[in-house]
Design a protein around this ligand. Structure first.
Ligand code: BGC
Length: 745
C-alpha cells in the first residue's frame, strides 16, 4: 500500500486532499501556525470543550445552551438544530466566546441529504465510483447549505454477514471495491478544497472491524486476526486516509478484546503511526463511556484516559473527557501533550474548512433540484441488479395492456428511502406506483398492496390483490423490507421476506399470469420460494427518492439493468458468513456436492467442506447480475507469462454483446495466488470496469497488474509479494470467467 507524502508549508502531510490539489496547498499554508498560536492561548477547560461533542441543542436555542457555547463548553454538535439554530449558535461561538472558535456541525449524511440516493450497499452495486462521487458532491452541497460541514460517512465496514443490519450502509464484502467507493465518496464530499463552502469533511467509519461482529448482532465483539484485519477490514480505511478523509470515527465493537475507542493498535500504531494520518478522530456515540460496559475501563475517568491515550480527539455524546480530563491532568494521570495534539487536530480541521474565515452564512434551506433528482434516478437505475429473467419476461412491452402493482413497497416513500435518512422528505420521493401510473396512465395500473407493510402476516388484503392481478396482463410485485428493518441495531436472525409476502406471491401465482418481483431491501435476503414462482427478480435495495421512475424505466426497457452484487446472497441463513474470497480448505467440496448418500458407509469423497442438508454454494455469487442482453467472454491474453517484481502483466479479454439490445457490462478482474506463506483466497478482486456495448459490439478489455496488486500480509503482518504462480480471470462475476496463469519471478 502506498502512502501519499508531500510537503505543505514545511510540513509533511499524509493523507490530505490538499496533497493532491495545488490550490489547496495555498489554502492550507499558514494553518499550522494559526492552530499553534490559538492553542497557546487556550485554557485547559477550553481545550476540553473543543474535544466534546453534544447532540442536545433545543429549538429555539435555550438560554443554557447559549451560555455553554459562550463558555466554550462544546466544540461540535451532531444531528442537532435547524439551519437557523445552527447559524445562531455559530454566531454566539464566533462573536461571544472568549476566543471566537467556531462550532463544527456534524450529521449523518449517509446516502444523500435532501436528495436521497440508494443505500450505500445499493450504490456499490453500480460499480460506478464516478457517479457515486457525484452523488456525494450533491449531498455535500445540500448539507453545507444548511450549515452542516461534516458528514459521518463514508461507512467503510466490510460486511460479510447479512444478518447485520448495517450491511445496508456498507459497500459490501470486498476490500478492493470498498477502497474504490471510499476514495470516490471522500473526494465527492471534500471536493477540490475543504474551504469551498459547498464542501464537507468526510468521516471514515467505523474504525475498525465493526462488520465482523459475531453472529451479525450489532455492537457485538469482533475477533479478527491481525493479518485478516489488515488484508480485509482496513484496506478501505487506508484508501480513505490516502484520499484525504478529514476525519475517522471509532467503532462500537471490541476488536480482539479491546474496544475501538481505546485501541492503541488501531489508532496510534496503524492510523497515526503507519499511515501518518493527521486528520481528526471522533468516537462513536457514547462509545468512550461504553468501554466500562465492555469491561475495559473501570469508570469514566479510566475510560477518558484510555481513549485519550489511544488517540481519540473528540468524544461524541458521553462526557468522560469533560468530567475527568482536567482532574486526570492535575493528578498527573493524563498527558497534556495528548490533549494538545487532539485540540490541534480539531482546530486544524476547523481552519481547513474555512470556519474561522468565512462570514456566518445566513440560514438557508436546501431542496431537491431537477439535476439532483436526475442523478438520483440514474444511480438508482445503475444500482438495481437483475437476478432472474425466466422466459425473458423483462423488459415489459410498452404496448402491454395493463399491469398489477402489488406489494407493501409499491407505494411507500419512507421505506423506499431506506435506513439513515434524517433529511429526505417523503414528498420528494417518487414511488414505483406513482411512476407507473404517470408513465402508463392511471387506467392501466391496478394497485393493491396486499399487505399493510412488509411484516404484515395477515391475509386480509389478499382478495383485493387477487382481484387486481386477475384484471391485469402482468403482475409486478414490490416486496422486501421496510426501512426500519435494516441499519443500526436492526440485526435479523432470519433473512426471509418478512410477513406473509411469500404467501401473497403464492396466492397470486395460482392465476398463472406472468410475474416479476422487485425487491427493495437493506440486505441480501433469501427468497427462493418467491423466485421459483415469478419469472423475473430485480433487486433494487432501498433505491432512494427516485427509485420509482428508475425502476419503471428498467421494467419497460428504457434502460437495461447493469448492477452486480457486492455481497454474496446465501441460499439460507445457515450458510452465513458466506463470501467469495474464502480460502480453499484442505478438503474443498466439488461444486455439485450436497447431502450424504442414504445407507452408505462413509466414503472418502463425502468428507469435504460442505453441508449435509443444504448446498454449500451461494444463491447468487458476489459480482453477479444479469442484463437484458448477453455478454460473452473469450480470448483471455496475457502480455507475458512472467512478471518481475518491478514489471507488470497486462491481462485482456474480448467481451462481446451477443444479444440484440445495448447494455453495460461490469467486467471484473480476479486473481488467485496459488501458493503463499499465508494461504490466499480462491479469488480476489483486483480491478473492474463498466463497459457499455451496443448489440453485436465487441471490445477488448484490459487490466494491468503490478507486483503491488499481488501483495498480501504475511504472518508477521508485513505487506509482501512472494514469487510463484497466479491464476487470473476476467469475469462477469466471482464464479465464472475466462482464465489464465502467470508467474511472478
Ligand atoms: C452510529 C454512527 C453515527 C452516530 C451519530 C452512532 O450510533 O454508529 O454511525 O454516525 O451514531 O449519529
Amino acid at each position: 500500500m502506498k502512502l501519499t507524502h508531500c510537503i505543505v508549508a514545511g510540513l509533511v502531510c499524509a493523507g490530505s486532499a490538499e496533497c493532491q490539489s495545488p490550490s489547496g496547498i495555498h489554502a492550507e499554508a499558514g494553518i499550522e501556525q494559526r492552530v499553534e498560536a490559538l492553542v497557546g492561548r487556550m485554557t485547559l477547560d477550553e481545550k476540553i470543550g473543543q474535544m466534546s461533542q453534544s447532540t442536545s441543542m433545543s429549538t429555539p436555542l435555550s438560554g443554557a445552551i447559549r451560555e455553554e457555547i459562550r463558555r466554550g463548553r462544546w466544540g461540535s454538535f451532531l444531528n442537532a438544530g435547524s439551519p437557523a439554530d445552527r447559524a445562531e449558535a455559530q454566531r454566539i461561538a464566533r462573536h461571544e466566546s472568549r476566543l471566537g472558535i467556531p462550532l463544527l456541525f456534524g450529521r449523518d449524511v449517509i446516502h444523500g441529504y435532501r436528495t436521497i440516493f440508494p443505500i450505500p450497499l445499493g450504490q456499490a452495486a453500480s460499480w460506478d465510483p464516478e457517479l457515486i462521487g457525484q452523488a456525494a458532491r450533491i449531498a455535500a452541497s445540500e448539507a453545507a447549505r444548511e450549515g452542516i460541514r461534516w458528514a459521518f460517512a463514508p461507512m467503510l465496514d466490510v460486511a460479510r454477514d447479512p444478518r447485520w443490519g448495517r450491511i445496508a450502509e456498507s459497500p459490501g464484502e470486498d476490500p478492493y471495491l470498498g477502497a474504490a467507493m471510499a476514495t470516490a465518496i471522500v473526494r465527492g464530499f471534500q471536493g477540490e478544497s475543504l474551504a469551498d463552502p459547498s464542501s464537507i469533511a468526510a468521516c471514515a467509519k467505523h474504525f475498525a472491524a465493526y462488520g465482523a461482529v459475531e453472529a451479525g448482532r450489532d455492537y457485538n465483539s469482533a475477533w479478527v486476526p491481525e493479518v485478516l484485519l489488515r488484508e480485509v477490514y482496513l484496506r478501505a480505511f487506508h484508501a480513505a486516509a490516502d484520499a484525504g478523509a478529514a476525519s475517522f470515527m471509532t467503532s462500537f465493537n471490541a476488536l480482539n478484546g479491546v474496544p475501538a475507542s481505546g485501541n492503541a493498535l488501531l489508532l496510534a500504531t496503524i492510523l497515526r503511526g503507519e499511515w501518518k494520518y493527521r486528520g481528526m478522530v471522533v468516537s462513536d456515540y457514547n462509545a468512550i463511556e461504553e468501554m466500562i460496559a465492555h469491561g475495559y475501563a473501570a469508570d469514566g475517568a479510566d475510560a477518558a484516559r484510555k481513549a485519550l491515550t489511544a488517540g481519540v480527539d473528540m468524544e461524541m455524546v458521553s462526557t468522560d473527557y469533560f468530567d475527568h480530563l482536567k482532574s486526570l491532568v492535575g493528578r498527573g494521570l493524563a498527558d497534556s501533550k495528548h490533549i494538545d495534539d487532539a485540540v490541534h487536530n480539531i482546530l486544524r480541521l476547523k481552519f481547513r474548512l474555512g470556519l474561522f474565515d468565512e462570514s456566518i452564512p445566513a440560514p438557508a434551506e436546501s431542496g431537491v433540484t431537477p439535476e439532483s433528482l436526475a442523478l438520483a434516478r440514474r444511480l438508482a437505475a445503475e444500482s438495481a441488479v437483475l437476478l432472474q429473467n425466466k422466459g425473458g419476461l423483462l423488459p415489459l412491452s410498452e404496448s402491454l395492456g395493463s399491469l398489477a402493482a402489488i406489494g407493501p413497497l409499491a407505494d411507500s416513500p419512507i421505506d423506499q428511502m431506506g435506513t439513515w435518512v434524517m433529511d429526505g422528505r417523503p414528498k420528494d420521493v417518487e414511488t414505483p406506483l406513482a411512476a407507473l401510473r404517470s408513465q402508463l396512465g392511471e387506467g392501466r395500473v391496478f394497485y393493491a398492496p396486499g399487505l399493510r407493510n412488509s411484516r404484515d402476516a395477515s391475509r386480509a388484503g389478499f382478495a383485493a390483490a387477487l382481484d387486481a392481478a386477475r384484471r391485469a396482463d402482468v403482475v409486478v410485485f414490490f416486496l422486501g423490507e421496510e426501512q426500519i428493518l435494516s441499519g443500526e441495531a436492526r440485526s435479523r436472525a432470519f433473512l426471509n421476506l418478512p410477513g406473509a409476502q411469500d404467501d401473497l406471491v403464492a396466492a397470486i401465482a395460482a392465476l398463472g399470469k406472468p410475474m416479476a418481483a422487485v425487491i427493495m431491501a437493506g440486505r441480501p435476503l433469501t427468497f427462493q420460494e418467491t423466485a421459483a414462482r415469478v419469472n423475473a427478480v430485480l433487486y433494487a435495495f432501498h433505491p432512494g427518492s427516485m427509485g420509482g421512475p428508475a425502476l419503471a424505466d428498467l421494467l419497460f426497457g428504457r434502460g437495461t439493468p447493469s448492477g452486480k452484487l457486492t455481497a454474496t446472497f446465501p441460499r439460507t441463513v445457515g450458510q452465513v458468513p458466506i463470501y467469495y474470497a474464502h480460502l480453499n480448505t484442505g478438503r474443498p467440496a466439488p461444486q455439485d456436492a450436497s447431502g450424504i448418500p442414504v445407507g452408505n458407509p462413509a466414503q472418502p469423497e463425502g468428507y469435504t467442506s460442505k453441508y449435509i442438508d443444504a448446498d454449500f454454494t451461494p444463491e447468487y455469487p458476489f459480482g453477479y447480475g444479469l442484463s437484458y442482453t448477453r455478454f460473452d467472454y473469450s480470448n483471455l491474453k496475457l502480455s507475458s507469462a512472467f512478471m518481475t517484481r518491478t514489471g507488470t502483466v497486462t491481462v485482456s479479454a474480448d467481451i462481446a454483446n451477443t444479444g440484440n439490445r445495448e447494455g453495460t457490462e461490469i467486467v471484473q478482474l480476479y486473481i488467485r495466488d496459488l501458493v503463499a506463506s499465508v494461504a490466499q483466497p480462491v479469488r480476489a478482486l483486483k480491478g473492474f470496469r463498466r463497459v457499455p456495448l451496443g448489440p453485436g459490439e465487441k471490445s477488448t478489455v484490459s487490466f494491468t497488474l503490478d507486483a503491488a496488486a499481488l501483495a498480501f500480509y504475511n504472518q508477521h503482518n508485513q505487506l509482501v509479494t512472494e514469487p510463484g504462480r497466479f491464476q487470473v480471470w476476467i469475469a462477469p462475476d466471482s464464479a465464472h470467467g475466462v482464465e489464465g496463469e502467470f508467474t511472478l519471478r
